[in-house]
Design a protein around this ligand. Sequence first.
Ligand SMILES: Nc1ncnc2c1ncn2[C@@H]1O[C@H](COP(=O)(O)OP(=O)(O)OP(=O)(O)O)[C@@H](O)[C@H]1O
Length: 260
Amino acid sequence: MTVALEISKIFKRFERPGRPTIEALKDINLTVRQGEFVSIVGASGSGKSTLLRIIDGLTPASSGTISVNGTPVTRPGKDRAVVFQQDSLLPWKTVIENVAYGLAINGVKRKEREKTARHFIDVSGLQGFEHHYPHQLSGGMRQRVNVARALAVSPDILLLDEPFAALDAQTREVMQTELLRIWEEEKKTVVLITHQIDEAVFLSDRVVVFSARPGQIREEIEIDLPRPRDLEVKRSAPFVAYVDHIWKLIEQEVRLGMKS
Ligand SMILES: Nc1ncnc2c1ncn2[C@@H]1O[C@H](COP(=O)(O)OP(=O)(O)OP(=O)(O)O)[C@@H](O)[C@H]1O
C-alpha cells in the first residue's frame, strides 16, 4: 500500500482573547492510501472543515503532523487542490481561462496550459462552454469548472469541502456520478467532506465519522460495495444498511453535542 496522506495526532484549538478556547480537533489519526476515496462526515461544528484546511496548509494545527507522500505539510502546495462549497471562479475570466488559471500561476506555458485545460474541460463534460463566463453557467456547471480547475494543476490529493451542497438534489446526484467517473479515470486520492451520508457511502472506499466537538474519529467504515457504482446501488440493501448505521452514529453525536 502506498500512503498518500498521513494525519498524525492532530489537535486544533482556537484561542480567542477574553473568551473560552474552542477545542475543535482532538487527536486525529488517519492514513489515506494513494487513489483512495475517503469521506468525512459528522455533526455540524465537529471540525471537518478545520481538518481539511489543516491538510491544505491554510490553517496550522495546534499540534501533530500531516504529511503528503511523506513530505510534511506547512503551507498550501501543488500536491493538493481544494474545491469549496461556494465556487471560487474569477467572474471576468472564461471557463477555459478559469480552468487554466492555476497553471498560469505555476508558470506553465500558454500552449501547454490550453492543452491541459481542454483535457479537463472534456473530462468534466464542459465541451462547448469553453468561452462562457461563470454567470452564463448553472450552479452545477460552475462546480464542474471548479473541479476541472482543481484537477488541471495535477494535484496528488483532491480536497473537497461540501462541493455539491449548494446544488439541488437532482444536480447533486448527477455530479456524484460525474465525480466517480472522473475519479476512476484520473485515479486521484480524494478526501471529501459532506453532510450527505448517502453521498459519502456512494462515493467512498471508506467513511470516517467524527464525534461531536471536539472532533475525534468515532468510527471508520469500509464501504464494501462493488465498483464501478451507479445510482442503482443506492437502492440496494447493503447501501441502505451503511447509511442507516452512519446516520445512527451521527444522531448519537448530535444528541451528545446538545447536552454538552
Ligand atoms: N477561525 C476560527 N476561529 C474560532 N473558531 C473557529 C474558527 N474556525 C472554526 N472554528 C470553530 O471550530 C469548530 C469546528 O468548525 P468547523 O467549521 O471545522 O466544523 P465543521 O464540522 O466543518 O462544521 P459544518 O459541518 O457546520 O461546516 C466550530 O465550533 C467553529 O465555530
